[in-house]
Design a protein around this ligand. Sequence first.
Ligand code: SAM
Length: 329
Amino acid sequence: MLLTDSHLRQMQSLRISVTDRCNLRCFYCIPREDIEWLPRNHLLDFDEIERLARLFVSAGIRKIRLTGGEPLLRRDLPHLVERLGKISGLEDLALTTNGTQLVALAEPLAKAGLKRVNISLDSLRSETFFQMTRRDLHQQVLDGIVAAESAGLLPIRLNVVLIRGLNEVEMLDFARFARARAYQVRFIEFMPLEHGERWGKDVLVPGHEVRAKIDAVFPLVPEADPDPHSPSRNWVFRDGAPGQIGFIDSVTQPFCSACNRIRLTADGKLRTCLFSLQEHDLLAQMRKGASDEELLDFMQRVVLTKEKKHGISDGLYVKPKRTMSAIGG
Ligand code: SAM
């Protein structure tokens, strides 16, 4: 049995959020301080995550990415990584983190079998980092990146959300950083998924603009053999310098027709799109005693309802209640 939607897209990639908690307050994600986190017993426990992951893999999922909130705040995460890494048929297990805990956790995660990490870093300048995240943890993230490199979690991939009038001026600095350290830098367009009301065309920096500006200084050529399902369009440096620049242009160049992703929130809700207005309670099914067959049947029926596209640019868009941090970015 495979998880195929009504537009004949077969699901192969699953993002699992392991916590909604985060220790940063990025203004474009969770700017508030008065957040009510999910109670512990509402979270999927490791046995439940492993059971669901096995079922998803049996239904064709090949890639799992752990995310959050901040996934490294979930106690014993390396233990979960070790358990998921043993699932036969799973080809890729990855992790997205803000990097603040990597000094302590990079080595244990690598020992548990993790191969690489994506680290979110919106600024190379500590003042701008503070302005964007409301936390004074810039050096901790930079040290975390080095720790990940030393632990062999390679290649290092950095996620950057550029905001007009804020960190937009750093695009070339990030390109230099990628070249100097052989890192992959991915610029993600700001999406309307925040608690606040800051999103708008005036603050969105379109990927094509960033690419043109970097290309003018460091000429770029498309990577060889791109993955057709990757949301990122990647480029390498024409002069042969190491590093890579990628663009996730979710707003200006949606890639919905090739989307093979589904998401599981920390409280066990299945989401068929980052921008879904509906969630489907897998945890409730499981805690009611559903058998594996019943859970697989539920997953299959949910996937059939996957949205054709997100509609951000066609005026039909309705902002979901939960932000990236609560959904699992
Ligand atoms: N805490 C982890 C981290 O920082 O990578 C994982 C969760 S975080 C929500 C995942 C990614 O989503 C981060 O790279 C963050 O910058 C991005 N993100 C959050 N809100 C966003 C938005 N409104 N538009 C674009 N990217 C967003």
